[in-house]
Design a protein around this ligand. Structure first.
Ligand code: MG
Length: 169
């Protein structure tokens, strides 16, 4: 599948993920495949990369392939400490097997800390070759509201558009 996509083959999916901060000083904070200083790591079964998780869920949604927890359950020891970029790559492969090609992805990180503006372009450069399409990463704050506003963790929203198969129902 190359060239401009057939508009009737386009689908979108949305993803959301949130993880609380960990109290393990040995874990790095990984967002969009990039190690980010200035805040504790996120707690989770995998590396807790909320950007990869939200993007992967958005891609699964666009393809009608369920959700991340169905494919990579956090009760499965195979995914303990997993690098979420690798999970995203596996979801891209699942989409390809279903005849779907990512067109673009867009993510919004929501957190009070750390400051992410200096890191979002690095995340875009890491994520785009894995998704196989341009990825935009933005960051915003929750203005002190709710758990994210109290700096208890980091959330991410994502959308992914996919094209194909050419004659989809
Ligand atoms: Mg997650």
């Amino acid at each position: 599948m190359t060239g401009a996509p057939d508009p009737s083959s386009l689908r979108v999916g949305q993803g959301f993920d949130v993880h609380r901060f960990s109290d393990d000083p040995a874990r790095p904070l990984v967002l969009g495949g990039v190690s980010v200083p200035g805040a504790p790591a996120l707690a989770g079964h995998s590396d807790a990369d909320v950007v990869c998780h939200a993007l992967a869920d958005a891609l699964l949604g666009a393809c009608g392939l369920g959700d991340l927890g169905r494919h990579f359950p956090d009760t499965d020891p195979r995914w303990a400490g997993a690098r979420s970029l690798d999970l995203l790559a596996q979801v891209v492969a699942m989409a390809a097997a279903a005849g779907r090609r990512p067109v673009n992805g867009d993510c919004t990180l929501v957190c009070e800390r750390p400051a992410l503006a200096a890191h979002t372009s690095a995340m875009e450069q890491v994520l785009a070759p894995v998704l196989g399409a341009p990825v935009s990463v933005k960051a915003t704050r929750a203005e002190g509201l709710g758990a994210i506003g109290r700096a208890e963790g980091i959330a991410c929203l994502a959308v992914v558009m996919v094209a194909g198969p050419l004659r989809s129902p």
